[in-house]
Ligand binder design. Structure first.
Ligand code: URA
Length: 236
């Protein structure tokens, strides 16, 4: 693997910053200062340091994407653009998939990975990973409906939701919802159970990950080492 790619896939820095650091002699391979970004390294064996810090190689990719509207959370779709289509070909591999689903018109944080075992643990119903969503509703939510929402609602198919959390804005027509499960169209169906309607939905966190405000819609980045560690501990 190229040295600059190694630094970006490990979440150390962007490829541009990697090139800059290499030019400034801030990167070394097995104790020798690296001379160019395209030097090939053995990621399993070589010891790479970046600005004096040893960089640990990880077998898997973890990508945070800020999902725009109109894109589906799937690996492939005959008709629609998928979240995987937003990744450049040099980044994407055919083992990657979105960890969980957002509706086509829902925005925000989606994790893409090729670590099936970790994703399986995070998505298992018993894991109860918290997911936070910023939302807006058609009608104001009164205190009684907020209490029903938090206690668990019966959806149109008879499913009773787990207790959830709703923090309302001053006008009570939006705020932040926290779910510990992820049923199909769950928030939309919960609002429908209250004779209301979601008009805007954006996921702002998933377990220990928070949507990076520097990412524009459709933009992505590798998780930092700290974020990867937090995710792995969360999945235990
Ligand atoms: N709930 C929904 O209704 N849609 C989503 O995309 C996520 C949670």
């Amino acid at each position: 693997m190229r040295l600059d790619k190694f630094l970006s896939v490990t979440g150390t820095c962007s490829r541009t910053d990697a090139k800059r650091a290499i030019r400034a002699k801030g990167v070394s391979v097995n104790g020798c200062v690296a001379k160019s970004s395209d030097v090939q390294i053995d990621e399993e064996r070589d010891e790479i340091t970046y600005l004096g810090r040893v960089i640990v190689y990880r077998k898997f990719n973890y990508i945070m994407l800020n999902k725009p509207e109109g894109v589906v959370s799937a690996t492939e779709d005959g008709r629609e653009r998928t979240v995987l289509d937003l990744l450049p070909s040099g980044v994407r591999n055919d083992r990657m998939f979105p960890c969980g689903r957002l509706d086509k018109n829902t925005l925000g944080l989606i994790l893409i990975t090729d670590n099936g075992e970790l994703a399986h643990k995070l998505l298992a119903p018993k894991s109860h990973v918290d997911k936070k969503y910023r939302f807006k509703s058609r009608d104001a939510i009164d205190p009684e409906d907020a209490m029903r929402f938090e206690g668990g609602l019966t959806l149109e198919d008879g499913y009773v939701t787990l207790p959830a959390k709703i923090e309302l804005d001053g006008d009570r027509m939006g705020g932040v919802i926290t779910l510990r499960e992820g049923k199909y169209h769950q928030i939309k169906r919960m609002l429908e159970a209250l004779d209301n309607k979601i008009t805007y939905l954006e996921r702002i966190s998933f377990g220990p990950l928070t949507l990076d405000p520097a990412l524009e819609r459709g933009e992505w980045r590798y998780l930092s080492e700290e974020e990867q560690n937090a995710l792995e501990s969360h999945a235990k």
